[in-house]
Design a protein around this ligand. Structure first.
Ligand SMILES: O=C(O)CCC(=O)C(=O)O
Ligand SMILES: [Fe+2]
Length: 327
């Protein structure tokens, strides 16, 4: 069925799913069934939703963004101490304009954190490109501890939401666990968007972040309040604003869910504008499959489309994307 173009991004209270996520009878509770229905509707028709009732405290969400503001205010020489390079496994700080989307220099600076690999992945040739310890700044002092706590909590939340997505697709709750995404790769991007008017040569940059889909399974975005910047293209090609709603995450699905669902849940193009007067922070967390997993349509999703989605190894997809981000 062709997607039904939505004109606004739905809000889903995921609280029943988060509260009951470890219950073996998860899919039978009426409140959970209600969440599953809403997830199905959002994933089929727009690929984006606001999550409330997610259990991550407002204090932690705010702390993550205010520490990020503090970091980006540091002098360049201090930020460059954790500079991202090919030999750092593309982990660390990238200055303004270093990230490229489709040939344009994105108007943002960022720090990238990737999950660190255990011994089984360390020997994989494919993983070498993104290998390495994460790079943590000395200042702000609490930065590392807060971000690590945040990653732990968002891993748990993503797992709970994906149990709902699995049930929505008609599978078992643990479909995205075990060899598929039971040992998930993850990425945390701490992004700073300067107001374009504040730049010396604004013409040398594209927009904040050029239009793209996300690479993995699920993205949870924690964005500064009061700065509209993120836009989502609906299925009729209209750009919708994903304005910040304090205390919520903007959640969207990535390329791997399209393959696993055999095209039923499509990732949505989105972009970031920096037309505001203030420096904007956004911290997306990307929950991904196991690095070495071959992603292919789930057997119970084969009927979702006449044409079968082509399998990919998640790590290959990621490495290709990371390399083109700096081309
Ligand atoms: O800045 C944002 O709100 C979203 C950024 C984004 O789409 C991404 O990093 O993939
Ligand atoms: Fe994105």
């Amino acid at each position: 069925m062709a997607p039904h173009a939505l004109d606004s991004i739905p809000t889903i209270d995921v609280e029943p799913l988060v509260r009951r996520f470890d219950d073996p009878g998860l899919g039978a509770f009426p409140d959970v069934r209600d969440v599953i229905e809403q997830l199905d509707h959002a994933c089929r028709n727009i690929g984006f939703f606001y999550a409330t009732g997610h259990g991550v405290s407002r204090e932690l969400m705010d702390d993550v963004r205010s520490l990020s503001h503090e970091f980006f205010k540091l002098p360049d020489c201090e930020k460059m101490r954790i500079k991202m390079t090919p030999s750092s496994g593309y982990r660390g700080y990238q200055k303004l304009g270093e990230n490229v989307s489709y040939g344009m220099h994105d108007c943002h600076e960022a720090i990238d954190y990737f999950r660190e690999f255990g011994p089984e992945i360390q020997d994989l040739e494919l993983a070498k490109t993104v290998m390495g310890p994460n790079q943590w700044p000395e200042n702000p002092k609490r930065f590392r501890a807060v971000m690590e706590d945040y990653v732990d909590q968002l891993r748990g939340l993503s797992k709970a939401i994906l149990r709902g997505v699995a049930l929505a697709l008609g599978g078992e709750a643990d479909t995205f666990e075990g060899s598929r995404a039971g040992d998930p790769f993850w990425i945390l991007r701490v992004i700073g968007y300067p107001p374009k008017d504040s730049l010396e040569s604004p013409e040398s940059f594209g927009i904040g972040c050029g239009e793209h889909t996300d690479y993995g399974l699920l993205t949870l975005v924690n964005q500064d309040p009061e700065i509209p910047a993120l836009q989502v293209k609906n299925s009729s090609g209209k750009w919708l604003w994903a304005d910040p709603v304090p205390g919520t995450f903007v959640v969207n699905i990535g390329d791997m869910l399209k393959i696993w669902s055999n095209g039923l849940y499509q990732p949505t193009l989105h972009r970031v504008l920096n037309s505001a007067m203030d420096f904007r922070i956004s911290v997306p967390f990307f929950y991904e499959p196991n690095f070495d997993t071959k992603v292919e349509p789930l057997s119970f999703c084969l009927g979702n489309s006449k044409e079968e989605e082509k399998p990919v190894v998640y790590g290959e997809h990621l490495v290709k994307k990371v390399l083109t981000n700096f081309a």
